[in-house]
Design a protein. Structure first.
Length: 167
């Protein structure tokens, strides 16, 4: 148990659950083609148990994550990647529908060295969520000892999002 006073600990738990709730809501709403009142209510309601489950999973795994405020800047390349990956994946599907080809490739994305363990773990967790939110990539494995995330990428070439996560 940490040396934090109970009120401070409760506030920290509430803040973390709120963060996970907002992230789950955001992911849900980003997957919709249009948002109406019913979808918004469902997103808000369903994201709360997801936020609680994410907090409980982190505690059960003994994870300590310290996200950095500057990681919010990953959202700009995320928006660009969602749009550009959608076009590139659609183009790939249209160009090669009759041609047998490999279904993507595995790419290692190295994470910065020299970060404290809780910051590095937080970076890997947030990077996994952000990079898996694009149509062209999915994080399939993380290696905390090597500080590498392995992506399955459908389209060739690195994205601005990958470069942002590496910094």
């Amino acid at each position: 148990m940490s040396g934090k006073p109970p009120a401070h600990r409760q506030l920290a738990v509430a803040a973390e659950v709120l963060w996970w709730w907002a992230a789950a809501c955001g992911v849900w709403l980003l997957t919709l083609s249009s948002v109406n009142a019913a979808e918004l209510v469902v997103a808000l309601a369903c994201a709360l148990p997801c936020g609680l489950a994410a907090w409980a999973a982190r505690v059960a795994l003994g994870g300590q994550w310290r996200p950095r405020p500057r990681w919010v800047w990953w959202l700009a390349p995320l928006v660009v990647s969602v749009f550009s990956d959608s076009i590139r994946v659609l183009g790939l599907a249209l160009r090669r529908r009759d041609v047998e080809r490999e279904a993507g490739r595995l790419v290692d994305v190295p994470l910065p060295e020299g970060e404290a363990e809780d910051v590095a773990s937080g970076r890997a967790a947030v990077a996994t969520l952000v990079m898996s939110s694009t149509p062209g990539t999915l994080v399939v494995q993380g290696d905390p000892e090597r500080r590498v995330l392995t992506l399955h990428a459908l389209v060739p070439g690195g994205s601005a999002l990958e470069r942002a996560v590496r910094r």
